[in-house]
Design a protein around this ligand. Sequence first.
Ligand SMILES: Cc1cc2nc3c(=O)[nH]c(=O)nc-3n(C[C@H](O)[C@H](O)[C@H](O)COP(=O)(O)OP(=O)(O)OC[C@H]3O[C@@H](n4cnc5c(N)ncnc54)[C@H](O)[C@@H]3O)c2cc1C
Ligand code: HEM
Length: 402
Amino acid sequence: MMDAPTPTTDAKAADEHELPMTDGKGTPTSRGPSADALLVRRTLAEIAPVADRMTSYFYALLFVRNPGLRDMFPVAMDTQRDRLLKALLTAAEHLDDAPALTAYLENLGRGHRKYGTHSAHYPAVGEALIGALTRYATTTWNDETQAAWVRTYTTISQIMIDAAAEDERSAPAWWHAEVVSHDLRTPDVAVVTLRPDQPYPFLAGQYTTLETPWWPRIWRHYSFASAPRPDGLLSLHVKAVPAGWVSNALVHRARPGDVLRLGPPGGSMTVDHSTDTGLLCLGGGTGIAPIKALVEDVAEHGDRRPVDVFYGARSGHDLYDIDTMLRLQKTFPWLSVHPVTEAQGHLPDAVCRYGPWGERDAYLSGPLGMVRRGVDALRGAGVPSERIRHDFLAELAPAASG
Ligand SMILES: Cc1cc2nc3c(=O)[nH]c(=O)nc-3n(C[C@H](O)[C@H](O)[C@H](O)COP(=O)(O)OP(=O)(O)OC[C@H]3O[C@@H](n4cnc5c(N)ncnc54)[C@H](O)[C@@H]3O)c2cc1C
Ligand code: HEM
């Protein structure tokens, strides 16, 4: 039997768990991957080809040993079932890459309050993880590797637990929000405006997680399409994707009066108002929503920093919010809006035809493929990685460290 990871509930312990680099015995080191990280990566390389089977086994172990936990998860655990385990493995692999990872895990920990997760649940997940690794990493698994994984999991879960405990002091686990208007902009894109049941604090550029009454326990992310408004209303741009559960419900079924649940805000695509660095923004499809919020945020701060927005979509018709963006461009002399359709090439390639961008803070929002290509293109155009912001940290972490 494994040493069960035993994170504490003490929020003050957070400082002791600031993603330290450790040697194999937990002693911090100052440079290079820690011995724990090397052992963890070796295991990950071994399980990569059998990740699917390991995921199934992980959940089977979790639910067989802890049947009470099953009801916290969606009834159907098909497309999304690998998210928990994938995040765990990505976090374990990049444990040395603090502080971006710390921020990601804190956000994840706060977000877990809406699932009803408590600190006492973490050891059960840790045991299922170690059980699944023991079974599938047969050649690299030994006592030393297991000890490295237990330390790693304990660090990760402690960050999540501490963030949740801290959040509990000042924020609800979730909000109810009533649909107050629903505007179908194209056959598959709707602008949905919500009134939360209590103040919902967030920053321009952030997103929420949302559950509809039609798909209980299925949560999806949606970005806010405006900076915080004086009337407290929240607006989202939703595109119905083929066979998509939540997006189709929001676009084709939701009506004023329907009540949704929102998790806490998250995301690092926010403007640093302590500098006057210019912004370079890439928004693909509904990815324009948080970009519009960023533009409003810059305007509200009375800044005169240059902002270039590249707004991409398949065709001119799919640029459903171009009128709003062009109106903003007319109002603000510091704003340039560049519409890009597929006929003109990929959005990132179009961006690289302009420039130079090396001195800008870059923001990318849209489908994962676009963000991935965009990050590569911007790095190639001389924008330093630490100035490139997007919300696919877990998905793009391997690229970021490579
Ligand atoms: C940080 C973040 C912010 C986001 N903000 C927004 C936003 O502002 N507006 C918005 O509309 N969406 C946004 N999304 C995407 C959103 O969270 C959902 O993934 C999307 O609405 C699909 O959910 P679903 O339940 O309808 O589809 P699912 O049931 O999850 O998926 C059904 C099928 O569609 C496929 N699929 C999923 N997404 C797409 C896609 N984009 N194109 C084609 N096929 C797809 C899946 O692979 C699956 O096969 C955001 C995602 C993230 C991570
Ligand atoms: C270090 C430990 C953990 C990590 C890294 C982790 C990570 C994740 C991630 C990335 C998701 C996807 C949705 C989201 O972003 O919120 C998720 C969903 C979820 N997690 Fe965790 N989690 C951990 C521990 C736990 C624990 C202890 C529980 C409680 C049993 C739990 C319950 C859930 C539930 C119910 C969901 C929603 C189901 C779903 O959407 O598939 N998680 N987790």
